[in-house]
Design a protein around this ligand. Structure first.
Ligand code: PNS
Length: 170
């Protein structure tokens, strides 16, 4: 084992960051010395987003501003290239349910075939967060539902600006 700090990349769309992502980021700090949260400019599915990438980054930076071991960066292009640039030998992804597995497994093998030295680690979030996804948060918030149990404050504030006080149950 080398003495170099172990860096992990945690990539995703983060549109917006949820307590599920947050749980994984905090857990992964037990495994790596530093984690780089990578906000993809374009995801594999080329999904149209709610927040623009710079705003997603801004939200994440507000959430992790006081954690020196967490860095937030956006990236375009291949994830493995981004990981290499960050000196990260680990890619961390969350698995909420078996339904996530097929897509994640395929991506992990593709990433490893692009860069054989990379390791992909799947982590399980805490039980209470397994049903949360950014997609559902966007849908519920846009329909005026209360999402305050699902996203950190900086994300909730942006959602409130857009959809009104209903998003925090008021
Ligand atoms: O939060 P998401 O949308 O599930 O994250 C998907 C993401 C961003 C990890 C994936 O789309 C990705 O890695 N995009 C970067 C482009 C890339 O490397 N594609 C090949 C993946 S095998």
């Amino acid at each position: 084992m080398s003495d170099d700090p172990q860096v992990g990349v945690y990539p995703g769309s983060f549109d917006p960051v949820t307590f599920g992502h947050d749980d994984l980021i905090r857990r992964s700090l037990k495994i790596v010395d530093r984690i780089v949260v990578g906000v993809a400019e374009v995801s594999t599915e080329e999904k149209e987003g709610m927040f623009r990438v710079p705003e997603r980054v801004e939200i994440l930076r507000e959430v992790y501003g006081d954690l020196s071991r967490v860095e937030v960066v956006s990236f375009s292009g291949l994830l493995v290239e981004f990981a290499r640039q960050q000196d990260a030998s680990l890619i961390i992804r969350g698995l909420r349910a078996v339904s996530d597995f097929e897509y994640e497994f395929q991506m992990a093998l593709m990433n490893r075939s692009l860069w054989p030295d990379v390791e992909v680690i799947f982590m399980a979030p805490s039980n209470e967060y397994t049903f949360i996804s950014s997609t559902l948060v966007r849908e519920v918030a846009s329909l005026g539902g209360d999402v305050s149990d699902f996203v950190p404050g900086p994300a909730l504030r942006r959602l409130e600006d857009r959809f009104g006080p209903g998003v925090r149950g008021e």
